[in-house]
Design a protein around this ligand. Structure first.
Ligand SMILES: NC(=O)c1ccc[n+]([C@@H]2O[C@H](COP(=O)([O-])OP(=O)(O)OC[C@H]3O[C@@H](n4cnc5c(N)ncnc54)[C@H](OP(=O)(O)O)[C@@H]3O)[C@@H](O)[C@H]2O)c1
Length: 337
């Protein structure tokens, strides 16, 4: 089967197309004919071995010390189930599914355990749109719902609202019943249409000097600190950042002692339950992916370059195989290849 591989860490041109063996479905697994994947900041970090701060070494231990341990990248997918292993009950051949994996989605076929983060495609989405969901929506759900425990009526500030996670964070916070303010330089109108009541341009206004108070600050920008945002946090406010720094880990521990605002960080990992929650949010109209561009698998390097250079508003989709429009979806792909 065709797959995009990277045998070394580096710039987008380390990505090349190769023929690799198709994975065999095992007990408890499904074999997915992948139709679409996406390029995320997570994929970029894995390709370039660009792990921030003190996670540089940890990242390499996880991803491969000198070169990628798993040459086929791609961590989000949507496609069609073409075979099921023994014992699988949630899925059948012909089901359209989407989800996230550790690696392997930049390939024509992918095996996924039934218990992994995978669910049936929400109605009304094409494969590219569905593949665009897990990265940003899982991160937003984990940090806002599960870590910050956003409550209806609370005020949430999303710093980095126009990015790959931020667009979903605005929608998830709104779905949790919060009043959402976004900090972004670009696309204020689009962010308002996603649910932000206000968008603050960080090149014009320093939000940390404002007199407004927030119950939750969700920080998606490198270099932000709890100390910096503490001023704008409500007395029981929570500062949550996607950047796991030693400083923030220290602030997280220290802030537990008092009654004041708290700091938290962590790593969002997809689960079957989270993907199912995302599906439900899409089905009830609370969440929608935005696709900024579509690239064929042959142009995977251009897709990665686009994420880095164009700062797209929305997801960069990789069409692993050409997909027919929704109404004319093909019969399950044959297993040849
Ligand atoms: N811990 C975890 O589990 C986890 C999970 C997912 C992602 N992440 C990390 O989260 C980070 C964000 O991911 P992403 O996909 O959203 O990245 P992204 O698409 O690059 O978005 C970052 C956004 O931040 C904005 N920005 C830059 N400086 C800013 C500032 N001073 N104030 C406000 N906004 C600012 C940028 O807007 P402009 O271009 O207009 O400047 C951009 O839209 C990445 O580093 C990623 O690796 C961590």
């Amino acid at each position: 089967m065709r797959a995009a591989t990277s045998r070394n860490y580096g710039t987008p041109d380390v990505l090349t197309l190769e023929d690799v063996p198709r994975p065999e479905v095992a007990d408890g697994q499904i074999l997915v004919a992948v139709h679409a994947s996406v390029v995320t900041q997570g994929d970029r970090r894995l390709r370039a071995a660009d792990f921030p701060g003190f996670t540089a070494l940890l990242g390499r231990l996880f991803a491969g010390l000198r070169a990628p341990r798993h040459p086929v990248g791609g961590t989000n997918f949507a496609g069609r189930v073409v075979a099921v292993g023994r014992g699988v009950t949630r899925f059948a051949v012909g089901d359209d599914v989407f989800g996230s994996v550790g690696h392997g989605a930049y390939a024509e076929y992918l095996t996924v355990a039934e218990a992994d983060p995978v669910a049936k495609l929400p109605s009304g989405l094409d494969y590219g749109e569905a593949a665009a969901l897990p990265y940003g929506a899982v991160t937003a759900l984990v940090f806002l719902r599960d870590v910050a425990k956003v409550q209806p009526g609370e005020r949430v500030l999303v710093v980095g609202a126009s990015g790959g996670v931020g667009q979903f964070a605005v929608q998830v916070a709104r779905a949790l019943g919060a009043d959402v303010v976004g900090v972004a330089r670009r696309n204020p109108e689009a962010l308002r249409s996603l649910g932000a009541s206000r968008v603050i341009d960080y090149s014009v206004e320093d939000v940390t000097r404002s007199d407004d108070r927030y119950d939750v600050v969700f920080d998606l920008v490198e270099g932000g600190t709890f100390r910096r945002y503490r001023r704008v946090l409500a007395p029981r406010g929570r500062y949550v950042s996607v950047y796991v720094t030693l400083r923030l880990l220290f602030e997280m521990v220290v802030s537990r002692w008092g009654d004041g605002p708290r700091a938290a960080t962590g790593v969002a990992m997809g689960t079957a339950a989270l993907i199912s929650d995302i599906r439900d949010l899409v089905q009830r109209g609370a969440l929608r992916p935005i696709v900024a561009g579509r690239y064929s698998l042959e142009r995977i390097a251009d897709a990665h370059a686009s994420l880095e250079n164009d700062k797209p508003f929305g997801s960069v989709v990789v069409e692993v195989r050409p997909s027919a429009p929704m109404a004319e979806r093909p019969e399950p792909a044959r297993l040849a290849g």
